[in-house]
Design a protein around this ligand. Structure first.
Ligand SMILES: [Zn+2]
Length: 267
């Protein structure tokens, strides 16, 4: 599933690819993929994209006249640029056409992805409760203290909670906890301030490195040009058998997700 670095990679790819062309058409090819808010400001098209934003794992494209597209890739959604008219149509759920005939295909095998067309004023109605952005300057251990307050959940599960911190998913949380030397089973109630600071530092580092590598492609994720990311080559525990120190990696289930960790390096 795309996490913050993959969504950020797609967003940057969109900006580069759209390159100032106005969006002139949005076709829905699968029932339920494109959702229209009844209060859209008409006419919707043609419209330039005035701002390219990301919030957690959501892409938000602001359009002229005060509308916006909120795009959630969910499990398998991909946005792929094409100039080819005869693109394999099997998993295409929506099509964004730009003046000059450049097209961006919304390909989604599992069909959980969504494109919501809404007035900017109603964007929040389509987003879940989202915690702070981990790459914002203001993100600090105090945000985690606040998000973890009164909870006893294992730190792995708590970091996956989008209302605590936005954008993290299973792969990056495993990597972050390895680098911080903290077992995924540690209760958030038992974390010291210095451990919280470590977690914050490693969140920033891992996400920044992964964005620089255009994300992680362990399954479906592709960049806008259909190429894979490269951060999968730098994972230290996720789907690994040995940690970089040569210890055996343990795999456990937490809240239905696989956690990979090193019982020697992570306490
Ligand atoms: Zn180890």
């Amino acid at each position: 599933m795309p996490e913050l670095p993959e969504v950020e990679t797609v967003l940057r790819g969109l900006k580069r690819t759209i390159n100032g062309q106005p969006l002139c058409q949005l076709d829905s090819l699968y029932n339920g993929t494109v959702i229209y808010d009844p209060e859209i400001v008409q006419p919707l098209f043609p419209a330039h994209v005035t701002e390219f934003c990301r919030r957690g794992k959501y892409i938000i494209l602001h359009l002229e006249r005060g509308n916006a597209l909120v795009i959630h890739l969910r499990m398998t959604g991909k946005l792929i640029y094409t100039e080819n008219e005869n693109e394999d149509a099997k998993h295409i759920r929506a099509l964004l056409t730009f003046t000059g005939c450049a097209r961006i295909i919304f390909n989604d095998i599992r069909t959980f992805g969504k494109i919501i067309v809404t007035p900017e004023s109603r964007i929040d109605a389509y987003l879940p409760e989202l915690g702070p952005e981990p790459l914002d300057r203001s993100f600090s251990y105090k945000c985690l203290q606040k998000g973890f307050a009164g909870k006893k959940a294992p730190v792995k599960n708590a970091l996956l909670d989008q209302s605590v911190v936005a954008g993290l998913g299973n792969i990056y949380v495993c990597e972050i906890l390895y680098r911080a030397g903290i077992s995924p089973e540690t209760s958030v109630a038992d974390l010291s301030v210095s451990q919280l600071k470590d977690i914050v530092n490693h969140i920033r580092q891992v996400l920044t490195e992964a964005i620089a590598m255009n994300g992680t492609s362990v399954s479906d994720f592709r960049q806008i040009d259909d190429k894979t990311g490269q951060f999968q080559n730098f994972l230290q525990v996720y789907q690994k058998e040995k940690c970089p120190q040569g210890h055996e990696i343990k795999r456990i289930k937490q809240a239905g997700r696989s956690s990979f960790y090193c019982p020697v390096c992570q306490k």
